[in-house]
Design a binder for this molecule. Sequence first.
Ligand code: NI
Ligand code: MN
Length: 226
Amino acid sequence: MKITYYGHATIAVEFGGKHLLFDPFISGNPIAPAIAIDEIPADYILISHGHQDHVLDMERIAQRTHATVISNAEIVGWAAGKGLKGHAMNHGGKWNFDFGTVKYVNAVHSSSLPDGSNGGNPGGFVIWNSARCFYFSGDTALTMDMKLIPELCPRLDIAMLPIGDNFTMGYEEAIIASDFIHCNRILGIHYDTFGLIKIDHQHVLDAFKARGKELVLLPIGKSIEV
Ligand code: NI
Ligand code: MN
């Protein structure tokens, strides 16, 4: 599986032969001007919650790629109003797609849509097939619900967790979350985009290392193979 970081919480994953794109927010990201948004492939666009910094480029990318939007029922309904295809889920449910299984899991956050519509409740995704399993938490606090993931899902190879604090958990809680989910390899998201969530990279990398964990901080536009 190949993971590409497009800044903020925008992640692309090549998984099971499909292009998955999470929480597209590129055109509004002041530190991602070099990303060619109209060249990003997508078969599926997965939306964790309704906030602007997670849905801004959903419509633009889905109109071009004809990607299917996967999210909660409220957000998929909102996308359908824009003529987009969708697959609605809700918390605790899973579905077998052509690339693998998706489980929509709890997040502790809020989820209004940019036009004020109800974005339902925020969530995250655990996704697996016979080869790999990963967790994209979306915006969330540290929550005891994360302890359910190792009970219900295959062993995680990597997890994308927010580390920027203020609007989500900070890196200290992401370290605890990595214990809760039994995954020592974390890809940081939701940091540096604006002043309130800027982090000291070396300090945070060292904090993970001191706990025997690996934090990956990808430069915007860069990829890793997992
Ligand atoms: Ni949010
Ligand atoms: Mn956010």
